[in-house]
Design a protein around this ligand. Sequence first.
Ligand code: NAP
Length: 252
Amino acid sequence: MRRPRLLILGGTSEASELARQLADDNRFDPCLSLAGRTKAPARPPIAFRIGGFGGPEGLADYLRDEPIDLIVDATHPFAERMKHNAIAAAAQADVPLLAIRRPEWQPQAGDRWTVVSDMQAAVSALGESTLRVFVTIGQKELAPFRAAPQHSYVIRSVDPPAPDSLPPDTQVITARGPFDEAAERDLLAGRKIDVIVTKNSGGSATYAKLAAARGLGLPVILVARPAHPQAEAVETAGEAVVWIEGWLARRG
Ligand code: NAP
């Protein structure tokens, strides 16, 4: 009998972890899908494809053509469009969908967070006086910071951002997580950072900067997550494996 084909929508540590856990499991035929945003992604241990599907219709066609038996949406909490596309395509192609939704970071005693709704609001929250700002929001949404050229910026992303998206006084650091707290503290203190701008991504890989900020008493401007569409969901790759095994047993 044909092994069930799983499409994992990735670009996250959970997707990579799920791929690792399924790699030697010959009950399944998994494929990891990456958007192609990072130039040199780590080579997955399972079959993979790179690039968009062409909206929900393109994804629905893909699900039917392959054919895919189960779609696992393990995209990043801020990958809003893909979450909607996946749910629409799964409904169109009548394929079950499981989402991996990692919990949000929660403030602890000593945290100095200002929570804002989007990047524009994050820029406004910096205020008028000149600050040294550490920005870790990825490469896509840097342009709003050009409207606040009074600040100097240290921007960290996996690949270098497009130069025309940057404010004038900017240093770029390219690095890929996970990051550890001691190194983050050294970076924040060494670069004389006054404030951090980041997104409430959740997860452990990029949390260290928030722990370091707490230790140093630094303020953080935190962009809240977009609302997620309703879907059957678990929180971790390990829970996804358990759910998938239950799904396989129910299928018979
Ligand atoms: P997005 O705005 O939700 O999606 C934009 C388009 O990119 C989608 O419509 C789709 O194109 C394509 N796409 C997204 N994820 C894909 C995947 N896993 N496989 C194939 N195509 C995909 O997503 P985004 O915020 O640009 O993020 C892109 C990728 O980076 C995601 O896979 C996400 O998990 C990862 N990521 C995002 C962030 C973040 O902060 N946004 C952070 C870390 C990692 P089509 O419509 O043509 O299918």
